[in-house]
Design a protein around this ligand. Sequence first.
Ligand code: APR
Ligand code: ZN
Length: 233
Amino acid sequence: MTLAQIVQQSDRILFFGGAGVSTESGIPDFRSQDGLYQMKYAYPPETILSSDFFYAHTQEFYKFYREKMLALTAKPNAAHYKLAQWEEAGKLSAVVTQNIDGLHQRAGSKRVYELHGSVHRNYCLSCGRAYSAEDIAKGEGVPRCSCGGLVKPDVVLYGEPLSEPVVCGAIEAIARADTLIVAGTSLTVYPAAAFLDYFRGKHLVLINRDPTPLDGKCELVLRGKVGEILSEL
Ligand code: APR
Ligand code: ZN
């Protein structure tokens, strides 16, 4: 079956996405040739984006984070808009994303499970006061709350647990889906990649520029750009 035929006969599609869904919006992914993890920094980016590094080298963390993670000028692309349309039309039940850029919500998606959090939520670690991504972007150095506390992005750093309610919601949505479309992810980061094992539905589709460990188990593997492919539907 073609993707169009599968979409046509589905009414509980679950879209599971990664950084490759936002590269067509100008946000580099992590592990591709031109990805973030291939770029040279004083420390490996996976180290900088860890909980230990955040607390031990907060200034250095925020320098990298403002430069590389806060893509506030990025706009949703055709993939984000198509998914929001499918949700509106009652074909898609939810998006589960590993991305923290908030572009699905910007495109109009309502049910989005952000497994790794979002740059748009930032909290004072002392009093819990909330700050926007813009507050973080316009500041310099280590962002401090009016109470003096340290402000931290609501982003899952390496070594931190995922949010329980988000994980439960995502797994429930994956388990209930009739079609699972996995796109723009190398499926190399756990536990996120393991959540796909809960899928019990009929059609498993993968849209990814490079091969992934899931390719052999899919009914349909589309090797290409997810924004382009979805915009043709
Ligand atoms: N269309 C389809 N696939 C794409 C596109 C595109 N336009 N652009 C990139 N890709 C594919 C790449 O081929 C690659 O396999 O998307 C995948 C991106 O993989 P990663 O860079 O590993 O990103 P991701 O899988 O989301 O990483 C998971 O790792 O560092 C952590 O927390 C971070 O959420 C991230 C997690
Ligand atoms: Zn505070």
